[in-house]
Design a protein around this ligand. Structure first.
Ligand code: SF4
Ligand code: SF4
Length: 374
């Protein structure tokens, strides 16, 4: 008997948002098939895609690498409806569900999410009657469990879970770096979801890859504790050790990342007390760090009137070490050639509203302009 819904689900989920790419920019389906095979052979079952990932190519890759090759009952598939992307209309939003069914060929979705609810978009899901729509699909058996993925403050999470007590689960951004981060508030969101009795899928456990290659102070702490454990393993095991977790999504991009993840998640062992103390030490190091907490999700760039490559600029800024100013300027010039520069920002605020990490993009770009532009 499960203590909570999803307790017995294997604790690593395959996120299909950063699939391997070929030189022409298309998804490498053959490598994706190998990754799916490794995942399934390890006894893992949860796959996560979305209508918007790779402009629909992720859902099509799910069909080619998974749905067409494995019995439907042997895996579970999650996808998402994003009311605030594309044509803004009720009809277009609802059509995403039918398009996802067609692209994946899955017949039904085990899990279905209202995608990336934030302060600036969540009312669209009411306006377009999406909550009722997914309940109708659930009644028809086309969705087994539904919920929403969330990128906002704990107060809004409390409001949504109070207004929509029927949701089966929520997807939250949880990682050890954002546990007490006031912008993301992983801990408080996790506590609210559990208070409402909701099970949780976790996204961004490695913070968009940042915790796979953390700042040097964190690397020292983790290597000293276990020289053989990868940095990503600490991050994923931290997330998977929390109570109420259905699974932890990892957006793997090649077979090597899959092999590393499987090495510690195939037979998952929760963090023990000593290991939790190691994470506390890493968190203390991060509290003194001034990196920009950008995950590279690109939600900010589509609507930027100046075509500024915001996440690429932030990556260069975060990578910049004290004595490598020349290299930073060179990378910055390459990243901004043919696009907007940080100093081109007209402060329209679109990116700030779109950013799930609540980054003060405008002022951070000013810092980057000061640092990288002549
Ligand atoms: S505030 Fe600046 S960076 Fe952000 S969307 Fe507007 S122009 Fe682009
Ligand atoms: S600045 Fe925010 S919205 Fe833009 S890529 Fe980074 S995390 Fe995503």
């Amino acid at each position: 008997m499960e203590r909570y819904f999803g307790e017995s689900t294997p604790k690593l989920g395959f996120g299909l948002m950063r699939l391997p790419k070929l030189a022409d920019g298309s998804i490498d389906i053959e490598q994706t098939k190998q990754m799916v095979d490794m995942f399934m052979e390890a006894g893992l079952t949860y796959f996560d895609t979305a209508y918007v990932y790779d402009n629909g190519e992720s859902e099509k890759a799910a069909k080619a690498a998974l749905v067409d090759r494995y019995p439907r009952e042997s895996y579970t598939l999650c996808t998402k409806l994003c009311a605030w992307m594309g044509d803004h209309s009720e009809k277009a939003a609802k059509q995403q569900f039918y398009t996802s069914l067609e692209r994946t060929g899955a017949g039904y979705f085990d899990y279905y999410l209202l995608h990336a609810l934030q302060r600036n978009n969540y009312k669209l899901y009411d306006e377009y009657h999406i909550w009722d729509f997914v309940k109708e699909q659930k009644a028809k058996g086309l969705i087994k469990y539904y919920g929403f993925s969330f990128h906002a403050d704990p107060e809004l999470l409390e409001e949504l879970l109070t207004d929509h007590p029927d949701v089966d689960f929520v997807q939250l951004q949880i990682n050890y770096a954002d546990w007490e981060n006031p912008g993301v508030a992983s801990r408080r969101c996790w506590e609210i979801a559990r208070k409402h009795g909701k099970s949780i899928t976790i996204m961004e456990p490695v913070k968009g890859g940042a915790l796979a290659d953390p700042v040097s102070g964190v690397q020292e702490v983790l290597k000293k504790a276990d020289p053989n454990a990868s940095f990503a393993s600490w991050a994923i095991r931290f997330a998977a050790s929390l109570d109420g977790i259905i699974t932890v999504l990892s957006g793997m991009s090649n077979t090597a990342q899959m092999a590393d993840n499987l090495s510690y998640m195939k037979a998952f062992k929760p963090l023990d007390e000593n290991e939790r103390n190691v994470i506390r030490r890493a968190q203390a190091v991060l509290n003194g760090d001034d990196s920009i907490p950008c995950t590279g999700c690109h939600y900010c760039t589509g609507g930027c009137p100046m075509s500024i490559p915001i996440p690429e600029i932030f990556t260069i800024k975060n990578r910049q070490k004290g004595n490598e100013a020349f290299r930073g300027r060179r990378e910055y010039t390459i990243a901004t050639t043919g696009k907007g520069k940080a100093s081109d920002c007209i402060e329209c605020g679109q990116c700030v509203n779109a950013c799930p990490q609540q980054i003060d993009v405008i002022n951070r770009l000013k810092d980057c302009a000061d640092q990288f532009e002549e």
